[in-house]
Design a protein around this ligand. Structure first.
Ligand code: ZN
Ligand code: ZN
Ligand code: FE
Length: 767
């Protein structure tokens, strides 16, 4: 017989501190509702470094409270830490929301990324009886613009671009009511008091028409419309119309690089692509990235949307305006950044009207200012986790954890292309939104402005500035300029060491590790161009343990845009006649490039793996000239996917000149390719080339691991965005019993460089 408990467990009281992104995301109303439901007493209030909850009740209910708070917190909240301390109970029975402590310690500032429209708001948007029916700027404390409208900290309406709008009575009542889901929703608005849509013609003149009808009319006429979104202007058109898509390509001077499309919902996305459960989650997550999906043969999109591409970038609507557009269109829409070729996305109205004039046949704009430009993020599912290719809207500036606390405050400037920068403070890294290719003046300006903005928001003055070693990068120039400020020291971080550190830091590895860093090119410690490197080391030090055989890059930058030049270089390198090149290149051009290489004119050596892909693509006649970065390698990957040839081509591993490094001799590979190309099937050859690279990595890493005893391997650099190469390599290395780490939350390409620079500088001996 069991003895019944004589007294119910006595109430207990706890003080809970929750740190992270818990302000501006509906956290307090959520906690209020949870505590009330569980019959607990106490209060919650915002504090400098998160929220403080005092809570009192039966121990079992307190346990449930903690569990549910962590499990079911609002989707946009990011809990970084929870600390619980017991205090004496006070007999408090009711729960309340206390006044905020407005003092914000700069050390603890966090900002929420922009959040896609939540289900509750979406329901109201299409509910004819709701007062915000079809209102394009509906939002609540759990969704809506955040980071792109913040002018300054702390995040309150008067310091956002919503300050220009005075709340009407009903909005104010919702804003002030702790039980309302719009309690303290800073961008709260309605058609009576909030931003309004406007339609403008191709000349930018405002039209007195229904803006959404205007959009529909232009769309049906295969016209191009510029639409002001959350982080900037998009150019949009009917993705099922070849006429419209071609027109957009011609006007935007974007020849072949794929456009992303937006559809109303998952069901519509499934008509375009085959979608896994993970991909469906990514598409419908509140972050709303562009997800690269395998396109269906019968997908109702025009060929020009993504020419020759087996993948399609798909996005679901992320703002109420986009929901309205997608539903009224009832067909896939092209949604591409509002710019001309490689310029940064337009986000200011005057600038957009000027720059997009001649491209757009009409403008759909509004009067809520965008304070910070922010491109869409791009993500792709890989065998172990979704991998970010571009980390921007919906992700930035969420903190990433550093493997060890950053002692000095570090600003890491990133690379020259796909630029992002990062701030490091304590255990957190704040990786910026996508800035772009700094070769463009507009992008460089945007880089400088964005650094100023982040420094002000996070109240951050760097003590260390980490930069790439390349002496000619504009980021390096910027670092030198800032070095004249008192108290600022520079730390140069080798490009591939940064890539390696970025992947290690993402997985919290402390090292040592073997870093396979395959990319386009980066400035090596010896002043030559690297890009096919095997590094061994940790954050503090590394050595180049092996690398691909260096080959001339005839014409430097030009050889990157014209892969046929690399093919000529590789053929000459292995003693073959470059005239064997199967392509439309003129003999005269080949002769000139041959001369450059033989006389070593403007032909720096590079060990780049990316350039090998270029050479093979050109040799195969897949692509001799490119219109965007990485195009040749991508097309080679698509071709290789259609073959399942198991074997590779020969290569040799020899001791290099400085005897510390192994050298991968690729000449046997190219000799074999020259033999194979005239007779062989192109897909088989492309596949066998991929197999060879995977085998090279496997054999070299195997040797390095045997020699050093290191079993952690990171695969990083832009070349590892190649899913086929990545998966084959991973399998081989795992079969050896090694632990393989690849990028998921930070891009493998140069978009992840700043994070790696930060991880290195945070632990540098002289830091
Ligand atoms: Zn909402
Ligand atoms: Zn209102
Ligand atoms: Fe790189």
């Amino acid at each position: 017989m069991t003895v019944p408990a004589i007294e119910a467990a006595r109430p207990q009281r706890c003080v809970i501190h929750v740190g992270g992104i818990v302000q501006g995301v509906g956290f307090r109303p959520f906690v209020y509702a949870l505590a009330t439901r569980l019959g607990l007493g106490g209060f919650i209030c915002n504090r400098a470094d998160g929220v403080i909850i005092e809570i009192e009740g039966a121990p079992s209910q307190l346990d449930s409270f903690l569990k549910e708070m962590d499990l079911h917190c609002p989707p946009a909240a990011r809990i970084e830490q929870i600390q619980v301390a017991r205090v004496p109970p006070r007999g408090e029975m009711a729960f309340s929301i206390g006044a905020s402590d407005a003092s914000m310690q700069p050390e603890e500032r966090f900002f929420s990324p922009d959040v896609g429209t939540c289900d509750a708001c979406l329901e109201e948007l299409f509910d004819a009886s709701d007062r915000r029916y079809r209102y394009p700027f509906i939002n609540c404390s759990q969704c809506g613009p955040r980071f792109t409208i913040v002018r300054n900290a702390p995040y309150d309406r008067e310091r956002t671009t919503m300050a220009a709008f005075a709340m009407c009575g009903p909005c104010r009542a919702e804003y002030d009511d702790p039980q309302n889901r719009r309690f303290h929703a800073q961008p709260i608005a309605c058609s009576a008091c909030g931003p309004k849509l406007a339609a403008r013609d191709s000349e930018g003149r405002e039209l007195v028409v229904d803006a959404l009808l205007f959009f529909e009319e232009l769309l049906l006429a295969s016209r191009i419309i510029a639409v002001k979104g959350i982080g900037g202007y998009h150019l949009t058109c009917d993705a099922s119309s070849e006429t419209a898509t071609r027109r957009l390509r011609d006007r935007k001077h974007r020849e072949e690089k794929a456009f992303a499309v937006m559809v109303a919902d998952i069901a519509a996305a499934r008509r375009l692509c085959d979608i896994s459960a993970t991909e469906a989650d990514l598409l419908s997550s509140a972050r709303r990235p562009i997800v690269l999906l395998r396109r269906r043969a019968d997908a109702p999109v025009a060929e020009s949307v993504a020419p020759g591409n087996p993948l399609l970038g798909v996005m679901l609507p992320y703002s109420p305006l986009h929901h309205l557009l997608a539903r009224s269109a009832g067909r896939p829409l092209v949604l591409t950044s509002g710019n001309r070729s490689d310029e940064p996305i337009a986000f200011e109205d005057g600038d957009a009207l000027m720059r997009l004039k001649g491209i757009a046949d009409g403008f759909l704009t509004h009067d809520r200012a965008i304070h910070l430009r922010c491109d869409d993020s791009v993500v792709r599912e890989t065998s172990n986790a979704p991998a970010l290719i571009r980390r921007s809207r919906g992700y930035a500036p969420e903190p990433l954890r550093l493997p060890a606390p950053c002692r000095p405050r570090v600003l890491a400037l990133g690379g020259h292309i796909k630029n992002t920068f990062a701030l490091g403070r304590g255990k957190h890294a704040f990786l910026s939104h996508h800035i772009g290719d700094l070769g463009e003046w507009e992008a460089y300006k945007s880089f400088r402005n964005a650094i100023g903005h982040y420094q002000a928001l996070f109240a951050f003055e760097p003590e260390v500035i980490a930069h790439d070693l390349h002496p000619l990068y504009s980021t390096t120039e910027y670092a030198r300029e800032r070095a004249s400020q008192p108290g600022v020291r520079l730390i140069g971080v080798q490009h591939h060491h940064a890539h390696m550190a970025s992947c290690m830091a993402e997985h919290g590895l402390s090292g040592p590790a073997i870093g396979v860093t395959f990319d386009g090119t980066g400035y090596g410690s010896d002043g030559s161009l690297w890009g096919g490197e095997f590094l061994v080391g940790d954050y503090r030090k590394f050595h180049r343990a092996a690398h691909l055989r260096p080959i001339p890059l005839p014409g430097g930058e030009r050889a990157i845009r014209e892969p046929w030049r690399m093919a000529v270089a590789c053929l000459l390198d292995c003693g073959e006649e470059p005239e064997k090149l199967r392509s439309s290149v003129r003999t005269e051009d080949i002769r000139i490039v041959r001369h450059m290489i033989e006389k070593r004119l403007h032909s720096p050596l590079t060990s780049s793996a990316g350039r090998l892909f270029d050479a093979v693509a050109a040799l195969l006649g897949v692509r001799g000239d490119t219109t965007f970065e990485g195009q040749a390698a991508m097309e080679l990957e698509w071709l290789a996917e259609s073959s399942n040839a198991p074997d590779g081509y020969p290569f040799e591993i020899v001791d290099g000149a400085d005897s510390r490094a192994l050298l991968v001799d690729t000449r046997p590979l190219f000799k074999a390719l020259v033999d194979a190309v005239p007779r062989g099937d192109r897909a088989t050859i492309a596949r066998r080339f991929h197999n060879t690279l995977a085998e090279i990595v496997d054999v070299v890493v195997g040797r390095l691991s045997d020699a050093t005893g290191i079993e952690d391997v990171v695969l990083t650099g832009g070349v590892f965005q190649n899913a086929l190469l990545l998966e084959m390599t991973r399998r081989k290395l795992e079969t050896r019993g090694l632990a393989v780490y690849t990028h998921t939350r930070v891009p493998a390409n140069d978009g992840g460089l700043a994070f790696g620079q930060l991880a290195v500088a945070a632990q540098a001996e002289d830091a």
